[in-house]
Design a protein around this ligand. Structure first.
Ligand SMILES: N[C@@H](CCC(=O)N[C@@H](CS)C(=O)NCC(=O)O)C(=O)O
Length: 210
């Protein structure tokens, strides 16, 4: 059985959870309690030395240690429905937007949260090494999140999905990022009518409820 190492409150494993649901892949789930530091313990380190969730263990014991690997693997093994694009240009466009949403959106939220939250003192970056917080990065992160919302608003004008060819992994990443921005008290507002319209449409997909 495929096993997802998950954490209900964290955004990155939610990306994998939604992808598995959209693909209809049956799997077991193991919860890794990040609030208790379980990701840094010896047991989990033996599974994923990067000390992050998600990780996906396959039937033969191989472990995929990040969302990029999980998406590539699931698309290759379970091609229907295609979520990374079909034509060469679609694949390129989806890869580009997925990366931008991750880098400009998710990383910006992480920058704001991880450099300010007392619960994350010395944990300014995920992974096995500890890094001190840099308070200036928290302010920069907030500015970047606002910029990301403006970028997403422009991209969704006249589109039902992030990329014109249809629903893709870029929409999954964008839903996770837009929802997770609540941790830094940012959410789409009246200046983001296209984001609000798109998010309401995404809510009709059962996988987005998880
Ligand atoms: N590139 C990784 C990033 C995963 C990641 O950063 N996960 C966070 C939760 S959202 C984590 O495991 N954090 C552990 C920590 O903060 O120590 C992926 O997308 O798979």
């Amino acid at each position: 059985m495929i096993t997802l190492y998950d954490c209900a409150s964290a955004p990155s494993p939610r990306r994998a959870r939604i992808l598995l649901a959209e693909k209809g892949v049956a799997h077991a789930t193991v919860n890794v309690d990040l609030s208790k530091g379980e990701q840094l313990g010896a047991d989990y380190r033996a599974i994923n030395p990067l000390c992050t969730v998600p990780a996906l263990r396959l039937e033969d014991g191989s472990v995929l240690c990040d969302n990029a690997a999980i998406a590539a693997y699931l698309e290759a093994r379970f091609p229907a429905p295609p979520l990374l694009g079909v034509t060469p240009l679609e694949k390129a466009e989806i890869a580009s937007w997925n990366w931008r949403i991750e880098f400009e959106g998710l990383m910006a939220i992480a920058e704001a949260l991880r450099n300010s939250s007392p619960a994350m003192a010395n944990r300014a970056l995920p992974g096995p090494a500890d890094y001190a917080q840099i308070p200036e990065l928290a302010a920069r992160g907030l500015a970047r999140v606002q910029q990301f919302f403006a970028t997403l608003e422009r991209q969704l004008a006249g589109r039902d999905t992030v990329v014109s060819s249809g629903f893709s992994v870029a929409d999954i990443t964008a839903v996770v990022v837009v929802d997770f921005a609540r941790v830094v008290r940012i959410k789409p507002g009246e200046q983001h009518p296209n984001v609000l319209r798109w998010r309401a449409a995404m809510a009709l997909r059962p996988a987005m409820a998880i």
